[in-house]
Design a binder for this molecule. Structure first.
Ligand SMILES: *Cc1c(COP(=O)(O)O)cnc(C)c1O
Length: 488
């Protein structure tokens, strides 16, 4: 059990245990929880390389959580079981000039399953440790993948309710059906007439609304978050960076101790931040490429030091990365520049929509891929290798090509593959051949199955025939009222 203390990104005097941070989701002042010190991995890489995914998860997670060995092992065993379609949990596949860390073998076919299959166990354990008997209400804003993964994780979990807000016109047909056909008495799914940033801002403002929190507390509810603003989401993501490294060594890509690079398709900056934590814990990482789509706020930030969200929001073929306010960047800033500077910058972001810093972290740089480059990457890579990437993975791959060209860096590269191509069948098929434009997204799954020799994943087979159970649509300004009404 770790005695690690968490503190606020904007105020170092805000303190919490891991359990408290997981239950609260966000600090009372709107900041996020970060570990006071980033722990060092205790076991050597050689020792870690003998472990299963679950055992490796234990070695990482125990350094961050205040759970007993028995509690933590129960969480891990409950999460990483045959819900995943391979015992490897996260296979590393060498194709062409890269290693693909496939994080989409869970039930919802996106990397969000890596964390959201364990978060409900964390919440229940944390609630028990803290002696909390209130019903936990999970509020989640989603750009498409978090919502379904959170619904899958929390559906039917006693003592919890989950409400998911997704951009009504900003997700893929499969993503939408995955959410609106969700079963479970305790689940609620709402389409927002707005984009992901609107949904995330509304949810964040609910968390910091003291009057509302008190009102609901009286009714026996406690709000928490399944978004990557919750530290319980981030910590499980550290595990697969170690796993990818050890696998790449096993596959002969590099010698133990040598440096490995990662390209991460990025939206809310949660995934890549987990990689940065892994590096700070001692994992030999050479470089991180932070890959963006046309919403390239982060690319501009890493080039210029100015974060500026004042720009048009673009709906792209990689919708899970359509984000202009990358919440977890705040954590990186706070670790590097401290709470006072971060508080000031976040106030500027709230007021002017921008702030500037001097970037001292040289191990992360930004690249981006346009829609055309994303399509081109899918097509060319398929023609060369027979491997079909989803649109998000393709953004990362295209970004890697640009990085390689500019940097001449020859260290091996892991592409963090965040979704199955079946989640974005239509765009993937159109990338391969424009002739599929007129065809139905669901009929195209059969075509994709034939050309990729990867079977249609069980969880979405026949999804177009399932009954739609959630039809709520809500204006972006009415999210708070909706929540109050739903819980009344
Ligand atoms: C969420 C998501 C991302 C972005 O991850 P962040 O942690 O938000 O940066 C990328 N790809 C897919 C498929 C996702 O679901």
């Amino acid at each position: 059990m770790a005695n690690l203390t968490y503190m606020g990104t904007r105020d170092a005097s805000i303190r919490a245990t891991a359990s408290q941070a997981i239950l609260r989701g966000i600090c009372p002042d709107g900041g996020l929880y970060i570990p006071e010190v980033i722990p060092t991995m205790e076991k050597s890489l050689a020792e870690l390389s003998k472990l299963s995914y679950q055992e490796l998860a234990y070695e990482v997670l125990r350094l961050f959580l205040d759970f007993t060995e028995e509690e933590l092992k129960a969480c891990i065993d409950g999460a990483y079981d045959d819900k995943f379609d391979t015992i490897e949990i996260a296979p590393v596949v060498q194709k062409g000039d890269a290693f693909f860390l496939e994080l989409f073998h869970g039930k919802t076919l996106a990397f969000k399953d890596m964390a959201l299959s364990i978060l409900p166990y964390f919440m229940k354990t944390a609630a028990k440790r803290e002696g909390i008997e209130k019903e936990i209400v999970i509020l989640t804003a989603t750009s498409g993948d978090t919502g379904k993964a959170a619904l899958e994780g929390f559906a039917g979990v006693e003592g919890t309710k989950i409400i998911v807000f997704f951009p009504e016109d900003g997700v893929s047909p499969v993503q939408k059906l995955q959410m609106t056909t969700q079963e479970g008495e305790n689940t609620c799914v709402v389409g927002i007439l707005g984009n992901f940033d609107d949904a995330q801002s509304a949810v964040k403002s609910i968390f910091t609304d003291k009057a509302l929190a008190e009102e609901l507390e009286k009714k026996g509810f406690l709000f928490s978050s399944a978004n990557s603003i919750n530290i319980g989401r981030l910590v499980p993501q550290i595990v697969y960076y170690f796993h990818a490294y050890l696998e790449a060594v096993k596959q002969g890509a590099l010698k133990m101790g040598d440096e490995l690079n990662f390209t991460v398709p990025t939206g809310n900056f949660g995934d890549i931040l987990a990689g940065w934590y892994a590096m700070k814990m001692g994992l030999p990482v050479g470089h991180f490429v932070c890959a963006s789509n046309d919403n390239k706020v982060l690319y501009d930030f890493f080039r210029t030091g100015t974060y500026d969200r004042n720009r048009e929001f673009r709906v792209t073929v990689s919708p899970s990365m359509d984000i202009l306010i990358s919440s977890n960047l705040e954590r990186l800033l706070s670790h590097i520049a401290g709470q006072d500077a971060t508080k000031e910058d976040m106030e500027k972001l709230g007021k002017d929509g921008k702030y500037s810093v001097t970037i001292t972290e040289k191990k992360i740089s930004g690249e981006f891929a346009t829609e055309e480059e994303t399509y081109g990457a899918i097509k060319r890579f398929f023609e060369k290798t027979g491997y079909v990437m989803d649109t998000h993975t393709a953004v990362a791959y295209a970004a890697y090509q640009k990085y390689k060209e500019e940097s001449k860096d020859t260290r091996p590269m892991v592409i963090v593959s965040t979704a199955s191509p079946y989640k974005f069948t239509k765009d993937v098929m159109m990338a391969l051949d424009k002739k599929y434009e007129q065809e139905d997204a669901f009929a195209l799954m059969d075509v994709l199955e034939k050309i990729s020799s990867v079977a249609i994943p069980e969880p979405i087979r026949g999804i177009e025939h399932r009954t739609i159970l959630h039809k709520n649509v809500c204006d972006r300004d009415k999210i708070k009222d909706f929540v109050k009404g739903y819980l009344a």
